[in-house]
Design a protein around this ligand. Structure first.
Ligand code: AGP
Length: 606
């Protein structure tokens, strides 16, 4: 989704801005632009990739400060005019903005009445004109920005550059913004990946913060006045920049990184002696775990699929009601919150607006939320103040893979932790932990010999639609497989609990319809095999994901075997072939695997 990068210092700004935009590319966008202060404010913007913006830039642009933007359209079509930065009429103020200004329509009307000529269809451009009105009436830049923001409803991550002032003003409300402090230079970005190689001294702005940055310093105040509490954090953990390391795509690299990422996630957290799990960041005492009335898990997309696995594992191991919720629905359904319940917000980016809203709803109603988050210091991590970092490392492909497996692993660790407190024995715990320790090498084993993925791709790549089936823990794995294939290869996919298939989706099946069946050797296997037979009887082609040595493989058109493991842990292995099928299909169809159309890596608007 939209990205912001800014720089002020003693180095040429333009190359740094373009490089910053490149590092934001993975988030998904449709156009980009930069403005550099070089006497005047020089603006360049272009629809398409950052490389297209680069192609229209002069070889050399003077100037030591500037701001830049990647746009993911919300107001107004995708064209050069609607791309950011936006200038005021006098071209002495430039802004870039992430988020949505809800009252922009009224503001536009008022500005037009006053004679301002709005060039774009965006909500963002109004800000440049409002700041101008403030400054024309004698306000300082910071005061003009403050008074402008006070008149807005909506969300913003905002940067303002002035022709006549050596500073950038930044503000945050609901859209992430970070300031990085280097030696004699300062940076601003909506995403830590764009700052990581410049500095580790970071100010994570909070909602309602307003900052002035210049070469030498950062001054942060609150929108309503007074100094902000936001202080500098030195970020070390997980802070490296991801490079593609010889892989053709980040998605493939991240699929192959899963064993190592999983090791990072579980190391030090498996408590072999007690048959339990240690999750220090959770701050949940045994008495809380014992007396909690229920567990709620909230997320979107892939994170939601991980929540559904968490729900089943927690109920099964701890005998406590658990339920997974679609984050975008949560607060609008006015949920009843029990302050004694345990709530989890699950998110790779930690910046998903729908999930953030759900966290705020729970807080408002007196509940506590634990984050299960990848990006260290992200909004959800900070809002929750407690939780589990999943330690996947930077995930650059829009399609989430290694974050899914580590979200699932973290939730399984929690289910073991709460299960040991409430229900199951040390022996069962120890056996699970033994199995858990083996999963990373079993993943490696599978990835070194992934089976007939190409054959599966042949059946799938020209299909009108693909049906994914699984039962129990494999039902959410089916959903995740379907989501992945849909988002990267643009093939309509349906995922159903296998038993539900005969109640509707079976109508779709015709000769050669591909059906991907996930059937590990758990208590659901027999029933899943019956559903598979029902599909075969209608002429469907079966791609079966099964455990090594299971004779049901003979009944499939394409059989992909995964290593045997404890039934509770199968999602960690069974999802991997579905990721490979999605990747390989997208590749065959010539799709942009890492940056699928219309999608964004972190969805920061509701
Ligand atoms: C995953 O492949 C998707 N790109 C998407 O569904 C994603 O999982 C969802 O937007 C939630 O993101 P988050 O984990 O960063 O909150």
């Amino acid at each position: 989704m939209c990205g912001i990068f800014g720089f002020i210092g003693k180095r040429a700004a333009a190359p740094l801005l373009v490089e910053g935009l490149r590092r934001l590319e993975y988030r998904g966008y449709d156009s980009s632009g930069i403005v550099v202060k070089n006497g005047d404010l020089q603006v360049y913007k272009k629809v398409g990739k950052v490389s297209e913006l680069s192609s229209i830039l002069p070889n050399h642009i003077e100037g030591y400060s500037g701001i830049a933007h990647t746009r993911w359209a919300t107001h107004g079509e995708v064209n050069d005019v609607n791309a950011h930065p936006h200038l005021n009429d006098k071209a002495d103020i430039a802004i870039v903005h992430n988020g949505i200004i809800d009252n922009a329509r009224d503001i536009r009307k008022r500005l037009e009445k006053k004679g301002y000529l709005l060039k774009s269809e965006t909500d963002s451009e109004t800000l440049a004109h409002m700041i101008t009105i403030g400054m024309d009436s004698g306000q300082t830049p910071i005061e003009a920005v403050r008074q402008t923001l006070k008149r807005l409803t909506g969300t913003w991550g905002l940067c303002v550059l002035f022709k006549d002032y050596e500073q950038i003003i930044c503000a945050r409300n609901g859209s992430p913004l970070l300031i990085g402090k280097g030696d004699g230079e300062s940076f601003v970005s909506s995403d830590p990946h764009a700052l990581s190689h410049h500095t580790q001294n970071i100010f994570f702005l909070e909602d309602g913060d307003l900052a002035i940055i210049d070469r030498d310093g950062v001054e942060i105040t609150r929108l309503e006045g007074g100094v902000s509490d936001t202080s500098m954090t030195v970020v070390e953990d997980e802070w490296e920049e991801a490079d593609i390391s010889g892989y053709p795509h980040f998605m493939l690299k991240e699929i192959h990184e899963q064993p190592e990422a999983l090791r990072r996630c579980i190391t030090g957290r498996l408590d072999k002696a007690n048959g339990g799990a240690k999750l220090g960041g959770l701050k949940l005492e045994p008495v809380r775990l014992r007396t909690a009335p229920h567990v709620r898990l909230i997320g979107c997309g892939t994170a939601l699929n991980a929540c559904k696995i968490g729900q089943l594992a927690i109920e099964s191991l701890a005998r406590i009601p658990a339920v997974a919720h679609v984050a975008s629905e949560f607060r609008y359904n006015d949920p009843v919150i029990n302050p004694n319940a345990i709530h989890f917000a699950v998110s790779q980016s930690g910046e998903t607006a729908d999930t953030i809203s759900a966290v705020k709803e729970i807080h408002l109603k007196g509940g506590e939320v634990h984050g299960i988050v990848n990006v260290v210091g992200s909004t959800i991590a900070r809002l929750c103040g407690q939780g589990v970092y999943i330690h996947s490392g930077p995930e650059q492909a829009v399609a989430s893979t290694k974050a899914f497996t580590n979200m699932v692993a973290s939730l399984l660790l929690f289910s073991i932790r709460i299960g040991r407190t409430r229900s199951f024995s040390r022996e069962r715990g120890r056996s699970l932990i033994d199995n858990f320790q083996n999963i990373p090498s079993q993943m490696e084993e599978y990835l070194s010999n992934p089976g007939p993925i190409e054959e599966a791709v042949e059946l799938v790549k020209h299909a009108k639609s693909v049906l994914f089936l699984g039962r129990g823990l494999s039902a959410p794995v089916a959903s995740e497989g379907a989501l992945k294939l849909m988002e990267v290869a643009y093939i309509p996919c349906l995922a159903y609990p296998a038993g539900e298939m005969k109640h509707g989706p079976i109508a779709l099946l015709e000769k050669d319809s591909p059906v991907i069946v996930i059937a590990p050797n758990d208590k659901h296997r027999e029933k899943t095999v019956s559903s598979m037979h029902e599909c075969k009887a209608r002429g469907a082609k079966i791609i079966l994901i099964h455990e090594d040595g299971d004779p049901i493989s003979e009944e499939a058109d394409v059989a992909i075997s995964i290593p045997k493991c404890d039934p509770l842990l199968t999602p960690l292995l069974s999802v991997v072939p579905t990721q490979l099928i999605a990747y390989q299909t997208a590749l065959e169809l010539g799709c942009d695997v890492d940056r699928p159309r219309n999608l964004a890596k972190s969805v920061t608007v509701e």
